[in-house]
Write a protein that binds this ligand. Sequence first.
Ligand code: FES
Length: 171
Amino acid sequence: MSELQEKYAKEINGILAKYPAEQKRSALLPLLTLAQRETGRISDEMVEEIAEIVEISRTDVISVASFYTLFHLEEGGLYRIQICTDLPCALRGSADYLNAVCDYLAVKPGQATTDGLFTVEEVKCLAACHFAPVMQLQGRGEVRYHENQSLESTRKIIEEIRAAHQEEVTA
Ligand code: FES
């Protein structure tokens, strides 16, 4: 049995049970979400395994996963700090905000921190322009919006995550 099925057999069966047996491919998005939850990305092995589970080709899994910006096939941090730099956010200082967050974490946009916890990404409009600058935090199967952001408010979020992670690894 492969890794996902070993770890998440019950959840996978629960997802598959929601769809007719001949429509297993409909379970693809929830299975990708499940696969990404623990590590923040979908590895080649996971792609292979999901393709087997829903009985479609590996290429079909990759084409769906790469279509949605919230799925990540590439290496990255456990959490993605996605900062909007589209016009309304730009007018409210998102370029400086993005640079300040990157400097704080000592990364460039697209890079992961050395502890593997965060990747900062520059993204397009997150549909909350009236609360610019906006940051979307993705990780552990959740996506949260943080509006009216500054380095100070984002730093607080980052440090809370770091502390929670530290507690988890030392527990
Ligand atoms: S431009 Fe940033 S949320 Fe719309």
